[in-house]
Write a protein that binds this ligand. Structure first.
Ligand code: NDP
Length: 310
């Protein structure tokens, strides 16, 4: 009978306990699930990186850690973790939320909505936006979230280019991969969406030189991770008009410090890391299925490649 520790902040327990029990019960397994267990008896940890558990060494029986979040940079860097790590792939909740955030913010910029929402002089300026087919969008990161967003935008008629590490094929999407293709992916991005993980290979990916590859007046939307962008280079590109707007959901330091220039910049929209969240009911089913698989000796789903960092 597996012993499952729920290691996340206290307020998550009432939200997750009933749905995890329901999902685990549905697998037919016997199990023990608790907020607190003797460390040497724990088989699985359902884990949020901001929990009290930072040293995995005392968990001598541990078989796997199941991350509640899609981003795993805080866990992959934890050298005390020696067992498999599964990240969160929650199609019904997390992925759907990201599709809605990205589509909404792409459409905001595509349609020029700000002009009409904030219009103090009440000026009547009939400037219809182009159709989506004339607004190429590039998504860096064509994984679970990037691909779902790419498909939603392509369904709305945007010409979508996706960029990843390994080669991909997706109907209706121009798929590029590898460093040599990055400039080409950037050059066609009237709107650029970052959905890459934070790894040693992606840190500062969007520095001054890469920002300069974007078409004049491009918009950048970052719901990926803060360190993907060189903040000072982004502000410089906005100030000189090379980019027209940045919508940022994630930052190097969160919460974004009160004195950070992003807050007051007229061409920056800050959203407080709300692009998408793991939703307890659907995430619980993913976790229960993964524990069932591990107990049955089947390969676990969504395992992280610790060397690649995602
Ligand atoms: P995946 O692991 O499914 O996809 C990551 C994608 O990035 C893959 O396409 C991968 O390429 C690509 N990639 C990774 N490294 C490189 C590289 N060096 N060069 C080119 N491509 C690279 O992750 P998800 O789609 O599930 O999530 C993406 C990120 O979104 C998370 O890591 C997290 O940071 C962020 N996120 C943000 C949230 C928010 O609320 N703001 C919520 C959830 C996630 P390949 O396919 O070849 O492996």
């Amino acid at each position: 009978m597996p012993n499952i520790l729920f290691a996340a902040t206290d307020e998550r327990w009432p939200e997750y306990e009933p749905v995890l029990r329901a999902a685990l019960d549905a697998t037919g397994m016997d199990y023990r699930l608790a907020r607190d267990l003797p460390k040497a008896e724990v088989d699985y940890i359902v884990y949020a990186p901001n929990s009290d558990v930072q040293d995995f060494t005392p968990y001598t029986r541990l078989k796997a850690v199941l991350n509640l979040w899609a981003g795993v940079e805080q866990v992959t860097r934890n050298e005390t973790l020696k067992v498999p790590l599964a990240r969160m792939v929650d199609t019904e909740g997390l992925t759907q939320g990201m599709v809605e955030y990205v589509t909404g913010h792409v459409l905001r910029h595509h349609l020029g909505m700000d002009r009409h929402i904030v219009n103090p002089p009440h000026s009547w300026r009939p400037e219809p936006p182009p159709l989506s087919g004339d607004r190429p969008v590039t998504i860096l990161g064509l994984g679970t979230l990037g691909l779902a967003c790419a498909q939603a935008l392509a369904a709305l008629g945007f010409p979508v280019t996706g960029w990843s590490r390994s080669p991909k094929q997706a109907p209706g999407i121009t798929c590029l991969h590898g460093e040599a293709a990055l400039d080409a992916a950037l050059a066609r991005a009237d709107i650029l969406v970052l959905l890459l993980p934070d790894t040693p290979a992606t840190t500062d990916l969007m520095g001054a030189d890469r920002l300069a590859r974007l078409p004049l007046g491009a918009v950048l939307i970052n719901p990926g991770r803060g360190p993907l962008i060189d903040d000072a280079a982004l502000i410089a590109a906005l100030d000189k008009g090379a980019l027209s707007h940045a919508t940022l959901d994630v930052f190097r330091t969160e919460p974004l410090p009160r004195d950070h220039p992003f807050w007051a910049h007229p061409k920056v929209t800050v959203t407080p890391h709300i692009a998408s969240e793991t939703r307890a009911p659907s995430a619980a089913r993913v976790i229960a299925e993964n524990i069932r698989r591990a107990e049955a000796g089947a390969p676990m789903l969504h395992l992280v490649d610790r060397d690649a960092g995602y």
